[in-house]
Ligand binder design. Structure first.
Ligand code: NAP
Ligand code: F7E
Length: 322
C-alpha cells in the first residue's frame, strides 16, 4: 500500500491533498504540531480515514521518528510559515520553518530510507521582482520578502539533495492558489468573506492594501493533483504550476462584489497598514512544462473561483455553519 506522509495537513493544500490521496487508496499520515486548541477545521471530515501524528519542522528528532515508524513511500512537505506579511515580523522563525525545515525533512529521508519520494512546496514568491514575464522554471529568482527568501533556500536545498544524494526530490513552484478553505488573512478570502459580511449587514467596509498587485490565481483543488503527478514521474524535477493568466486585486474585488450585486468602489477603503515594505507587483506563470510533461492543466477558471468563494462564504455566514 502506498503511504503518504503530509506535513501541513491542517492547511488549505494539506486538506485537498489528503482527499486526493485517499481517493487513490493511499494510507495518509498527517503531521500536526502540538497546539492548545485543535487546528483540525479543514480536515475534520477526514479524521476517520487518516492518521494524525504529532511532529514539528523545528524538531529534527520528531521527523526522524515519524519516518521510522510509518515508513512512507511519499513525503509531501507542505508545512510552512506561509503568510508573507508575518515573515517581516517573524523573519527568523520563517527561516527556521520554511527554509531549514526542508533540510530537516530531507535529512530524515536520507537517514531513514533514500527511496522515499519527496515533494517540496515551493512558491512563485521566489520570483518576486520578476526578471522575466511570464515566469518559468528557468526564470532567475529575486525574492522580495523573508518568506520568499526562505522558499528560495527550500527550493535549492531540494535540488541539491536530488543532485548530491540521488534522492527523488521534486519542487513544485506553485503560483497563488485559493479556495473556500483559504486562510482569512490572504487577500482573496479576505475579500470574499468581506463581501458576504457586507451583503448580510454584518460589516460596513473592507479595508485593503495595494489593489494594483497582479497574481496568477488558480484553484487549490486543481494544484494538489499536480503535486501528486510530480511524484509519479520516472525522475524528480522542478515544475512551475499556474494558469498562465494574471489578474489584479482590483479585478478580484470587481467580480466578487459584482457577484453579490454590490459596487466595490462604495465599500473598499485603502488602508496603509496592508501595504508591504517590498511588494511583488506582477506574477504570471508559464506552465508549459507541466502541461507537456505532467499532462496537468487547471480546470477551474478565475471567474468561477471568485464566485464559488463568495457563494461559500455567503452560505457559511448566513447559516452560521462555521
Ligand atoms: P497554510 O494554509 O498556511 O498551511 C500551512 C501549514 O503548515 C499548516 O498546516 C500549519 O499548521 C503548518 N505548519 C506551520 N508551521 C509548522 C511547523 N513548525 N511544523 C509543522 N507544521 C507547521 O498554507 P497552504 O496555502 O496550504 O500552502 C501549503 C504550502 O504551499 C506552504 O508551504 C506554502 O508556503 C506553499 N505555497 C502556497 C501557495 C498558495 O497559494 N496557497 C503557493 C505556493 C506555495 P497549523 O494549522 O498548526 O498552523
Ligand atoms: O497577497 C495584496 C498584497 O497575502 C496577494 C501565499 O500563499 O501566495 C500567497 O502569498 C496580494 C499582495 O498572497 C491586501 O499586497 C492588497 O500583493 O493573498 P496574499 P501572497 O502574498 O501573494 C504565494 C504564492 C505564497 O507562496 C504564499 O504562501 O494582495 N493585498 N490588500 C493584500 N494582501 C493581503 N493579505 N491583505 C490585504 O488587505
Amino acid at each position: 500500500m502506498a503511504v503518504a506522509l503530509i506535513t501541513g495537513i491542517t492547511g488549505q493544500d494539506g486538506s485537498y491533498l489528503a482527499e486526493l490521496l485517499l481517493s487513490k487508496d493511499y494510507k495518509v499520515v498527517g503531521v500536526v504540531r502540538r497546539s492548545s486548541t485543535s487546528a483540525f477545521e479543514r480536515i475534520e471530515h477526514l479524521l476517520d480515514d487518516i492518521t494524525t501524528v504529532q511532529g514539528d519542522l523545528h524538531d529534527q528528532g520528531s521527523l526522524l521518528g515519524l519516518l521510522e515508524e510509518y515508513r512512507p513511500t511519499e513525503v509531501y512537505n507542505l508545512a510552512a510559515q506561509s503568510f508573507v506579511p508575518t515573515s517581516w515580523n517573524q523573519p527568523a522563525l520563517t527561516g527556521d520553518v520554511t527554509a531549514l525545515g526542508v533540510t530537516r525533512m530531507l535529512e530524515a529521508i536520507r537517514f531513514v530510507d533514500t527511496k522515499i519520494k519527496f515533494y517540496q512546496a515551493s512558491s512563485s514568491e521566489m520570483f518576486g521582482r520578476v526578471q522575466e514575464v511570464p515566469q518559468s522554471e528557468s526564470t532567475p529568482f529575486y525574492p522580495r520578502s523573508p518568506y520568499g527568501v526562505a522558499k528560495v533556500y527550500g527550493h535549492w536545498i531540494t535540488v541539491n539533495y536530488r543532485e548530491s544524494f540521488d534522492l527523488f526530490a521534486s519542487s513544485g513552484i506553485l503560483f497563488n492558489h485559493e479556495s473556500p478553505r483559504r486562510g482569512l488573512e490572504f487577500v482573496t478570502r479576505k475579500i470574499t468573506d468581506g463581501v458576504a459580511r457586507i451583503k448580510l449587514g454584518m460589516q460596513k467596509e473592507l479595508r485593503l492594501g495595494n489593489l494594483k498587485a497582479q497574481r496568477d490565481w488558480g484553484f487549490a483543488g486543481d494544484y494538489v493533483e499536480a503535486m501528486w503527478l510530480m511524484l509519479q514521474q520516472d525522475q524528480s524535477d522542478s515544475f512551475v504550476i499556474g494558469t498562465g493568466e494574471t489578474h489584479s486585486v482590483r479585478e478580484f474585488c470587481e467580480i466578487a462584489f459584482g457577484h453579490a450585486d454590490l459596487d466595490y468602489k462604495e465599500y473598499v477603503v485603502k488602508d496603509e497598514r496592508f501595504y508591504r515594505p517590498a511588494e511583488v507587483d506582477l506574477l504570471i506563470s508559464d506552465p508549459s512544462k507541466a502541461y507537456s510533461v505532467l499532462g496537468w492543466e487547471p480546470v477551474v477558471g478565475f471567474k468561477e473561483l471568485v464566485t464559488v468563494m463568495v457563494d461559500e462564504d455567503m452560505e457559511r455566514l448566513s447559516t452560521g455553519t462555521k
